[in-house]
Design a protein around this ligand. Structure first.
Ligand SMILES: Nc1nc2c([nH]c(=O)n2[C@H]2C[C@H](O)[C@@H](COP(=O)(O)OP(=O)(O)OP(=O)(O)O)O2)c(=O)[nH]1
Length: 135
């Protein structure tokens, strides 16, 4: 099982209203679907190190990570071979740009977080995040 890490980048960790979604540009089977920025953890990296690396590569930003969006089994199942851990985060430096792997970024307002065509594994995750973010 390979671990993927993702960031739920929001405008405010204690009262999130806006969530950043990223539209994949590749591979063809995933292109056009929306996801959280992130990627696979490489050997020798902690999940958080991998997430900071991916966010720098993909979006050109530095972030501060907050709470994990915890799945009762430890990670969110994506496919038979992949599972994902997710942390909320806020921008510390830089403006997100679709530098790699994505062709569009979009800030979604609370109440509309489910309103893009997420990758299938992200659908229950986004629903859980919206519940956590409710004031
Ligand atoms: N980053 C990310 N990947 C997701 C999400 N949901 C989901 O099913 N995935 C899947 C898509 C991919 O099959 C896999 C992540 O792989 P990736 O291609 O982004 O990883 P990577 O940047 O490290 O790239 P590589 O080493 O495979 O070239 O996880 C999500 O919300 N964020």
């Amino acid at each position: 099982m390979r671990l993927v890490v993702g960031a739920a980048l929001v405008d405010d960790l204690s009262a999130p209203r806006r969530l950043l979604a990223a539209r994949r540009s590749a591979p063809p089977a995933l292109a056009g679907k929306w996801e959280l920025p992130g990627g696979k953890v490489e050997p020798g990296e902690t999940p958080q190190e991998a997430l900071h690396r991916e966010l720098a590569e993909e979006l050109g930003v530095v972030v501060r990570l907050g709470d994990e969006v915890v799945h009762p089994d430890g990670a969110w199942p994506l496919t038979p071979d992949l599972e994902m851990r997710v942390w909320f985060g806020v921008l510390v430096r830089g403006t997100p740009e679709p530098l790699q792997d994505h062709d569009e970024l979009r800030w979604l307002e609370r109440g509309s977080w489910a309103g893009v065509d997420w990758l299938p594994g992200d659908v229950p995750l986004v629903a859980a995040m919206e519940r956590l973010a409710r004031p």
